[in-house]
Design a binder for this molecule. Structure first.
Ligand SMILES: Cc1ncc(COP(=O)(O)O)c(C=O)c1O
Length: 384
């Protein structure tokens, strides 16, 4: 039993699942080159936006014939744009195993009222991706941020599918291999694995998605911030840095810094290795302790970014209150901030392991987790 507080503290207690920790080398000075007070349509602004697009392509290995756009309203904006612009041309399959995926189901079924097959799984589990009909448009989340369950790989997605695959990859991009040939629409936001700033979404379109956009007009009206085509043609400017509306050049500068940092740590491979080392430290901690376990039931689908944990000790009387109390103790000690499970998820903890988190900080935090657990078990016994 641990009673004394551990000797080592994490240098950075930021383990939030979004906004996530800034890159370790980040300081506010990193933003001094931002073209503030200038038009984003001036050459200097457009060049920065283009560099953000092409830097994304370079680091993520996105094929040259895919379009990458910076769009309003963060990842939600990018997903909504895709759903409202593309769906309705054929039947849809909506796939969800946690809160964000469920949100997209609601949108498509209740708001757009599209004919859809809805496939869901409980928190900790995943829908059988091999059993889906890929001749329908399939909408899914690569990494369920609130359950810590991810798609293992894209092997089951057929190359010759007739439908589009629309993938919310916001907590996966830059930490997991994304099979671009299997993804027609991919979205993410800057504040997750790259530790960027919120507000802007990234929308990545395969040639087949562009073809759909240019040949299909939804039956419903589209507001200006969702519109990707004009006169039946893709608005190319969106994908070269002429954004639909005004972006924050401070956020763009910050993202450019994050892309530079990604190059320094070895590009995508380095980023994935950093995330996996972080998650591995937690997985091994779970293996060594019988009172805590990964929420993900199958090791092949456990996330290396949003690691979700559940307490499994049968002495715990009220699971939700216990998990909250442990998170509160760690927050009060400035050891781990914002690690409570997502509000709709089962009681437990969620520890962000994305690339900007240092493995040494995860390793320094874990003995404190044990300390907080023991302290709370003792407090519970005393109160009884
Ligand atoms: C899987 C997933 N989708 C969508 C969102 C919403 O992202 P944003 O706040 O960037 O719109 C989140 C945020 O955590 C997420 O994890």
């Amino acid at each position: 039993m641990v009673t004394n507080t551990p000797a080592t503290r994490p240098a950075n207690p930021r383990f939030s699942s979004g906004p996530c920790a800034k890159p370790p080398t980040w300081t506010l000075d990193a933003l001094t080159d931002a073209p503030l007070g200038r038009s984003h349509r001036a050459a200097i602004g457009k060049d920065k936006l283009k560099a953000a697009i092409e830097g994304t392509r370079e680091i993520l290995g996105i094929p040259a014939d895919y379009k990458i756009g910076i769009v309003p309203a963060s990842d939600t904006g990018a997903v909504e744009m895709a759903l409202w612009s593309l769906l309705g041309a054929r039947k849809a399959t909506m796939v969800a195993w946690e809160s964000f995926g469920s949100g997209w189901v609601t949108d498509v079924v209740k708001q757009l009222k599209i004919d859809a097959d809805v496939k869901t799984a409980e928190y900790g589990q995943i829908v059988d991706m091999a059993a889906l009909d890929y001749d329908t448009d399939v909408v899914f989340t690569w990494n369920g941020t609130t359950s810590g369950v991810r798609v293992a790989n894209g092997d089951v997605i057929p190359a010759d599918r007739e439908g589009l695959t629309i993938c919310d990859a916001t907590s996966a991009a830059f930490a997991m291999d994304l099979p671009w040939d299997k993804l027609d629409v991919t979205t993410f936001s800057w504040q997750k694995v790259m530790g960027g700033e919120a507000a802007h979404g990234m929308l990545i379109l395969s040639p087949r998605a562009v073809e759909r956009l240019e040949n299909y007009t939804p039956a419903w009206p589209l507001p200006k911030i969702f519109r990707l085509t004009k006169g039946g043609k893709l608005i190319d400017g969106i994908f070269t840095g002429a954004t639909i509306n005004t972006p924050s050049m401070l956020c763009v500068e910050d993202y450019l810094f994050a892309l530079d940092w990604a190059r320094e740590v070895g590009g995508l491979e380095g980023l994935i290795a950093r995330s996996t080392a972080n998650a591995q430290a937690i997985w091994e901690f779970c293996d060594r302790h019988d009172w805590i376990a990964n929420l993900a039931e199958d090791d092949a689908t456990r996330s290396n970014t949003s690691v979700c944990l559940k307490f499994t000790d049968d002495r715990i009387a009220d699971g939700a209150a216990f998990a909250k109390a442990v998170a509160k103790r760690l927050e009060a000690e400035d050891i781990a901030l914002d690690i409570g499970a997502y509000r709709d998820a089962p009681a437990g903890l969620r520890i962000w392991c994305g690339a900007t988190v240092e493995t040494s900080d995860i390793e320094a935090m874990l003995p404190w987790l044990e300390w907080a657990f023991e302290a709370e078990i003792a407090a519970q016994a005393q109160a009884a």
